[in-house]
Structure formats: structure tokens, C-alpha cells
Write a protein that binds this ligand. Structure first.
Ligand code: DLL
Length: 430
């Protein structure tokens, strides 16, 4: 099923010609309107007329978080402030927030991309979408909201948390689709189990669009099994309109990135050198349609790869592999590099493990993994707990080549955040 079949199935040659035309227009516009880019282009000794092919994108300067922070709040605007319609911000972990402006065209365009995403998984106007992302400065909820309205769904702006209310809404309005972070989806599954609600029997849920945080295939399966639904991975970032940048189709084998809107590169996170399709590196994106705040070669810090070859759905927009972590997420413990996702993969593959965990780093490089047990994970025999604890420790050691301590805790006792989950607590005194 297509929202915009002509674009989604556009033959590669035509798609790349369209990208080049839009890239050239974007470079021309920022060179005319944005002093920061005038300066950066001059430093890179490149002019708009030097961009003659898509490969010339490599000549353009990168945009980093520092560029957004240093020009905060309006320094990267390419339209007069009166022509902006909406502001979102992205907080990141340190310093000032980043301000992201949308023009009327940007708001509509972001909704169009979401509509493509929803329809390609089979959503129609008959669906009821309960939006469990945070409404406000975060792009997650509002951008999805406008897109789902474009498709004609009934949209319930529930926001996150308050699971009693979520359940009531799901029951009373026969919600079929939820938009949710993986951490809240796991929490909700626990909550329903405790309430004795069987989603397959008692609810009308069919699908979840899950994103805004990294998660593993094992977590996807856990959510799918617990809620009896299909989970589709959804990727986006505020700098590129928020959600709707890349999304899985019905085949769930990688996320189609809308290449008519975003020019995609994978680069070596250390050197910035481009990497070929199939190799893992940092995703770098250039906006091709953003009007209020176009960005050239934005360093996302997200680690992924392009999946080579065609998708069974025959869409021509290339697919991204699940994000395996952020370049900034990498932990170095006793000299070994570890991504939190490696730990999640081990934990979520074990049925006795529940749905929440936490990685705590302390002292001189001590790592402890706090692991919630599944409701049915403890039968009262202490020796079973000891066995589980050493099984987890062994598997973590094999996966990460370090020796974390494993601490088992009862279900529902680790903190749950309403927005993005905080999985790593680093209190090291190094
Ligand atoms: O999280 C936009 C979004 C909202 C995407 C709702 C999907 C659903 P930011 O707050 O700017 O925007 O955070 C962007 O979140 O660079 C990734 O590190 C991470 N992220 C987003 N989606 C995924 C995903 C929104 N599906 C940052 N898998 C990105 C892994 C994700 N990481």
C-alpha cells in the first residue's frame, strides 16, 4: 500500500536526479541566506557551482551539534522569522538546547512523510492511533500526530505515562495502533500483565510504531509477544523534522529512508571519510526539502549501515539497518569498548529476565548490570536465582569481553522515565 506511489517507487536514476537538483538548490540557498554556512563553505573552499554530481556532496562541510548550539537560537534560519510556524527543541545531554524551526511547508512536508510511513505498514483511516510520545517541545508526538491526521486516523493525543488512563483509552476507543518508545512499550506490557489484561483477547491493538531510542531485535520480539502485535521500527531526529526519516515497511527488514527528502551518507565516525553501502559507520544527513532550517551533512552520531539490495516491497528508497548505538554512547570499561545495546541483546533474549535494566558504572571502572526479573521468573528457589545470575554474567562476559557484576531485582523496581529511558548511570571517579 502506498501513500505516494510515484515517489516511493521512483526509479533510482530519476530519484538521484531529483536529489541532485534539490541538493544544488539547498546549497545555493544556504550560501545566500545563512552567514554560518557562508563562512563554512568559504573555509571548505567550495561554492554552490562546484556541486555538479551527488558525489560532490563530500566536498561540503559537515554540520555538527556545535554549529546548532553556537548559532542558537535563530542563527541557522534560512527564512525570515515571520515565515516560521513552529519551534521544536532538542535537549541533548549537555549545554544549551538546539532550536529547530519549521515553516508551513516544513510542517506539511513532515506530515506527508509520516503518512507514507504509516500507509506502508497498512494503516488506513479506519485506524485509531494512540500517541504515547511526549507532546511539547519534543518532535515525537506532534509530528506523528499531524501525519496520522493526514491519513485520516482518529488520533488520541494521550502522551506517555499514566498507564491506567492509557488502558481506559485503549479499551473505550478500540485503539488499533500505538506510537511509543521501546522502554514505555515494555513497561506498558508489564502493567497490562499485572492488571490481568490479555491484549489479544481484551484490546483491538494491531501495531506499534516504536522509536526515539535505540533498541534491539530481541526487544522488538519481546514487545510483539507481550502485546500480540506487529512492531515497526521508526527512526528520526529533531534536526530532520523528528520522526518519519526512516521507517520499516510491512516486511520489517530495515528502515526505508526517504531519499527524496534526505541525502544519506555513512561515514567513518573518527575520520569522516565516506564508507560504501553495507559498511557500518555514522549516519550523515543533508536535508533536501527543509525550508526554514536546511542542514548540510549533519553528523547524527548514530551508528548504522545501508542494507544493500532491493526490499521485497520494491520501494526504491534504500534501507537502514537498526541503529546499533550512538558514537557518543560507547562505554569504555577497563579499556574495552562496549555499546549498551550489546548488553540489552543478551538480557532480552532470556525469558526469565523482565523488561527493564540499568547499567551502573562506579569507582574505578566497576560495571554492575541491574536486571529486573520477569513476573514468572522466580519460583522461590534461591539456587535458581543464583544459576540465572551466573548465566547472565557468563553471557555478558562472552558478549562484551568484560566481567560485569549482575544484580537481580524484583519486577517493576527499577526507575521508569516518561521520556527517553536512561539506561546508563556513570558515577565513575576516573
Ligand atoms: O527521537 C525523533 C523521533 C520521535 C523518532 C519518535 C522516532 C519516533 P530526537 O529527540 O532529536 O528525535 O532524538 C533523535 O534518537 O539521533 C537516535 O539516537 C535516537 N533514535 C530515534 N529513533 C530511533 C530508533 C527523535 N528507531 C535521536 N532507533 C537519534 C534507535 C533512535 N535510535
Amino acid at each position: 500500500m502506498f501513500w505516494d506511489e510515484k515517489i516511493e517507487m521512483m526509479e533510482r536514476g530519476a530519484l538521484e536526479a531529483l536529489q541532485l537538483k534539490r541538493l544544488q538548490a539547498t546549497v545555493r540557498r544556504v550560501a545566500r541566506k545563512v552567514p554560518r554556512y557562508q563562512q563554512k563553505l568559504a573555509e571548505s573552499r567550495v561554492q554552490p557551482r562546484d556541486i555538479r554530481s551527488l558525489a560532490d556532496v563530500h566536498r561540503l562541510p559537515f554540520t555538527t551539534n556545535a554549529d546548532l548550539r553556537e548559532t542558537y537560537p535563530t542563527g541557522l534560519l534560512a527564512v525570515p522569522k515571520d515565515d516560521t510556524l513552529r519551534l521544536h527543541t532538542s535537549s541533548g545531554t549537555t549545554g544549551k538546547p538546539k532550536a529547530l524551526f519549521f515553516s508551513a511547508k516544513d510542517v506539511d512536508n513532515a506530515a506527508e512523510l509520516i503518512a507514507r510511513c504509516l500507509v506502508m505498514t497498512g494503516v488506513t483511516k479506519r485506524d485509531v492511533l494512540q500517541n504515547m510520545m511526549t507532546y511539547g517541545l519534543f518532535t515525537g508526538a506532534l509530528v506523528m500526530h499531524y501525519g496520522a491526521e493526514k491519513v485520516g486516523c482518529l488520533v488520541i493525543p494521550a502522551g506517555p505515562g499514566n498507564s491506567e488512563k492509557q488502558l481506559l483509552l485503549m479499551q473505550d476507543f478500540r485503539t488499533t495502533v500505538i506510537h511509543v518508545t521501546p522502554s514505555y512499550a515494555l513497561y506498558l506490557a508489564d502493567f497490562l500483565e499485572k492488571k490481568g489484561v490479555d491484549p489479544r483477547r481484551d484490546l483491538a491493538l494491531r501495531k506499534a510504531f516504536v522509536g526515539a531510542e535505540p533498541y534491539t531485535e530481541e526487544t522488538r520480539r519481546k514487545i510483539e509477544q507481550a502485546l500480540g502485535i506487529d512492531v515497526y521500527n521508526s527512526y528520526g531526529l529533531s534536526e530532520m523534522n523528528g520522526p518519519g526519516v526512516a521507517f520499516e515497511c510491512e516486511h520489517k527488514c530495515g528502515m526505508h529512508l526517504w531519499e527524496d527528502n534526505y541525502l544519506l551518507e555513512i561515514v567513518d565516525p573518527k575520520t569522516g571519510e565516506p564508507l560504501p553501502d553495507g559498511q557500518t559507520g555514522e549516519l550523515v544527513l543533508t536535508t533536501l526539502c527543509r525550508e526554514a532550517m536546511p542542514l548540510l551533512r549533519y553528523r547524527s552520531r548514530d551508528i548504522t549501515s545501508i542494507i544493500p539490495g532491493p526490499c521485497p516491497c520494491a520501494r526504491t528508497h534504500r534501507r537502514l539497518h537498526r541503529i546499533t548505538g550512538r558514537a557518543d554512547d560507547m562505554l569504555t570499561v577497563r579499556g574495552v569498548n562496549i555499546y549498551p545495546q550489546q548488553i540489552e541483546r543478551v538480557l532480552m533474549s532470556l525469558p526469565a529476565v523482565g523488561r527493564n535494566y540499568q547499567i551502573v558504572l562506579e569507582g574505578l571502572d566497576e560495571m554492575t548490570v541491574n536486571v529486573e526479573l520477569a513476573e514468572a521468573g522466580f519460583d522461590g528457589h534461591v539456587e535458581h536465582l543464583t544459576r540465572l545470575q551466573s548465566e547472565i554474567a557468563d553471557r555478558l562476559r562472552a558478549e562484551t569481553l568484560t566481567k560485569p557484576k549482575v544484580h537481580l531485582v524484583p519486577p517493576g523496581t527499577l526507575p521508569v522515565s516518561e521520556g527517553k529511558a536512561k539506561r546508563v548511570i556513570d558515577n565513575r571517579s576516573l
